[in-house]
Design a protein around this ligand. Sequence first.
Ligand SMILES: Cc1cc2nc3c(=O)[nH]c(=O)nc-3n(C[C@H](O)[C@H](O)[C@H](O)COP(=O)(O)OP(=O)(O)OC[C@H]3O[C@@H](n4cnc5c(N)ncnc54)[C@H](O)[C@@H]3O)c2cc1C
Length: 342
Amino acid sequence: MISKPHHVIIGSGSAGFGAALTLRELDKDCSITMITMDSLPFYHRYDLPRVFRKHHDWRELLDMPPSKYEELGINLRRLSRVVDVNGLRQFVSLAHQEDVSYDKLLVCAGGRSYLPENLIESAKMMHGFGSFEAAMRVYKALPIGGTVAIIGGDMVGIDLALTLLETGYQVILITNQQTFWPHEIPNNKRKPFLDALREKGMKIIDSSKPVSVTDNGASSPARTVILENGTEIVSDVVMPFCGLTSSVEFMLGAGVDIERGLLVDTELHTNNENIWAAGDVCQIWHDEEKIYKFYHGWKNVRTMGELAARNMSGAHDIFDVNIEDRLDLDNDGNIRSTFWIN
Ligand SMILES: Cc1cc2nc3c(=O)[nH]c(=O)nc-3n(C[C@H](O)[C@H](O)[C@H](O)COP(=O)(O)OP(=O)(O)OC[C@H]3O[C@@H](n4cnc5c(N)ncnc54)[C@H](O)[C@@H]3O)c2cc1C
């Protein structure tokens, strides 16, 4: 008797979710385990700013109810952290001591918010925004009409900032190298985009770097951002939006090549025969440019998840690495980004 293959997916974001559905579509009998640190099943993170529009029921966010995972035979292991992968003996180790063996492994572990080194000591003074729970914490920490200081201002942060302005909050944007990430906009080309944000009511600090964030104790506003030139900026909440750093630590012993992300070829295959990677966690070989590149944005990562699943099932599909990356202004002066297009 031939036993059915066991596919393990690390991560339940856009890439992992798309991969699980594709694997099931291609093979009704294979066994699928999806391991995630998240507490909720998959939802689109781009929906998180909706908490400021009074959408506070997490069930509204979900792409698919938990019962559907069972129906599809996708074993969703929530609140489980992978701490190690043994690429030779083909098992993943979870923080709670359990080992899970696999025939084929797909790593879709995404990334977490990057924080410039000089701000790491201030991390506890800042709010993240990577999950529903984190978004609700920001919502609860902000008084009506309160002020958010955004450090950096990648495209995720700018999207949130525009929602905050539309819903009656104040936003101070303190720029740095990662402003407009993942777009790479040189300093001398930023002005029209910063002006467009000013036009929307955002206060822009473009003159000095933040060096620390302090807690104002019982007084309100609760935080002060201190800049290199000594300026102090007070706000109710401080949020870093400085791009992503890939979640690869647990792969360090797996025997796969890593630069900043997991390195894959255009079939999304790592250098281990049984391991693929997709989404924000991986860098894909660009043969013309002779470098490994990231392709962020939910549509790209969903395409990767589905493609990796097909290739794990025997196909040899190629990810198109020539993807348009564009930031511009429309005729009304609104910022348009290929990252935002849903
Ligand atoms: C607030 C917000 C707004 C956004 N807006 C947009 C937008 O407008 N347009 C757009 O295209 N993109 C947007 N994005 C980005 C988009 O959501 C990401 O590109 C996408 O989520 C990446 O998907 P992924 O599957 O690669 O990783 P993620 O969605 O980051 O998922 C990673 C998964 O891996 C799991 N994981 C990580 N490490 C481990 C571990 N050690 N053990 C177990 N599980 C682990 C996590 O729990 C998670 O389930 C936004 C993101 C955020 C946060």
